[in-house]
Design a protein around this ligand. Sequence first.
Ligand code: IMP
Ligand code: MG
Length: 181
Amino acid sequence: MGHRLGRILITQDEISLRVRELGQALARDYQGKDPLLLAVLKGAVVFLADLMRATELPIACDFIGVSSYGASSRTTGVVKITADLSQTIEGRDVLVVEDIIDTGRTVAYLKRNLLTRHPGSLRICALLDKVGRREVEVELDYVGFSIPNEFVVGYGLDYMSLYRNLPYIAVLEPEDGGKLP
Ligand code: IMP
Ligand code: MG
């Protein structure tokens, strides 16, 4: 599984600046409301922790686990819920917090699934958007950064469960001739 950590794509400072801006946008858009931030496990946990401290709204948070990729990190197109919410979302202003939108399949599935539970509103906030990889059309309400088609790790994002703890986002590079998802 030859790979190595490549160049830093987004620095810690750039992330924290952008997260602060997103927090301010949420405060503006959800003024007078108490949205439920719904983080997608496990990748969005780091982003959620910073985002919820970047806004002064009275927010609640919850978690949902989905798996779209196997351990190999290769897409199967099949999405399933591995850990469900701990509460009903009926009538709530739900903001899904995702680490990265790649093909769009995971978030499209999530959106469909959550809408059947009749939230008051449903929006998507993704830290990263790999626009060039989209296979399913999906509207994103808040995006941290649009990034090129490269496999990235750090700030919650993993490769084979590693690198989530890096405070920045870096490109993962295959070692001579190897291939990453
Ligand atoms: P999608 O269903 O193809 O949009 O896949 C989204 C999920 O794939 C994300 O929530 C990540 O868990 C994973 N993923 C996609 N691209 C990357 C990447 O570059 N690094 C780490 N995980 C990724
Ligand atoms: Mg994910």
